[in-house]
Design a protein around this ligand. Sequence first.
Ligand SMILES: NC(=O)c1ccc[n+]([C@@H]2O[C@H](COP(=O)([O-])OP(=O)(O)OC[C@H]3O[C@@H](n4cnc5c(N)ncnc54)[C@H](O)[C@@H]3O)[C@@H](O)[C@H]2O)c1
Length: 285
Amino acid sequence: MGNGIAHVFAQNGFAVNLIDVNAAQLEKAIATITKNLYRQVAKGTITEQEKNQALINITTVTDIAGGVKNAALVVEAATENIELKLKIFKQVDEAAPEGCILASNTSSISITKIASVTKRPELVIGMHFMNPVPVMKLVEIINGYATGKEVTQTIVQLSKQLGKVPCVVNDYPGFIANKILMPMINEAIFSLYEGIAGVEEIDTIMKLGMAHPMGPLQLADFIGLDVCLSILNVLHNGFGNTKYAPCALLVNMVTAGKFGVKSGEGFYTYAAGNKELVVSKAFSK
Ligand SMILES: NC(=O)c1ccc[n+]([C@@H]2O[C@H](COP(=O)([O-])OP(=O)(O)OC[C@H]3O[C@@H](n4cnc5c(N)ncnc54)[C@H](O)[C@@H]3O)[C@@H](O)[C@H]2O)c1
């Protein structure tokens, strides 16, 4: 997600410090951004010169403090782990200049909780981009309990400047996107678990019947089954409502290391170079 966010800021004329603790990830990120910019040039959506300028706008950095010391905005997109995010926000709060807005791209962690470890909770906000960032139009903006109104307005304006459509919501578990999406995915997994229908039938019904571009099981594989499970746990614990309890099949698959696209198998199997959707042997008839 970090490379996609850096890409859209750089393409829209912002100077970006792309920070990662892992230098190899930075190299990979620049390769991905370059490939995606070339694709945009080939499609005619940007010029060769705009592509070159976008790449010049990005500097890679491995030291967090150095990377944020002159920033007007920090958008954190590190691994979805609460302890890690709280540690990063403490560090960034120490090093970033006064008045710098601190945003998180978290899918499910409380913005209010993140803000509480900083000395500037009024300047902390959620800026939830969708995957793939250069393509998806939505930015879900999340107001923490203490987020200042001017800060929200700044982030709304900025999102528009990036060519995105911002939607402002309040900070409750799953915000809006995942509070609505994850129960649908969970229900699709329950339907498979209960033997009501097979993988292809569930996905085809939702694709053709509801005009969804992807069925819920394929989408779950794409998001990562481990990520889906962790978001459902956030909803379940946060609201204390059993309607969000993850299906035992999802728990089993994650325990078995079947995470979807990233592990090569989930509800479907994914082999390098094969674009055809093949239902995993575990669910084939
Ligand atoms: N993947 C998605 O579809 C998606 C969609 C929307 C939001 N998000 C959110 O975006 C964030 C990132 O997701 P991702 O899928 O890109 O995760 P990822 O785990 O693929 O990438 C996270 C990156 O953070 C780096 N990192 C780890 N610790 C760090 C530290 N201390 N300082 C700096 N960098 C550090 C890792 O090296 C890695 O490159 C998460 O909060 C996730 O919930 C993900």
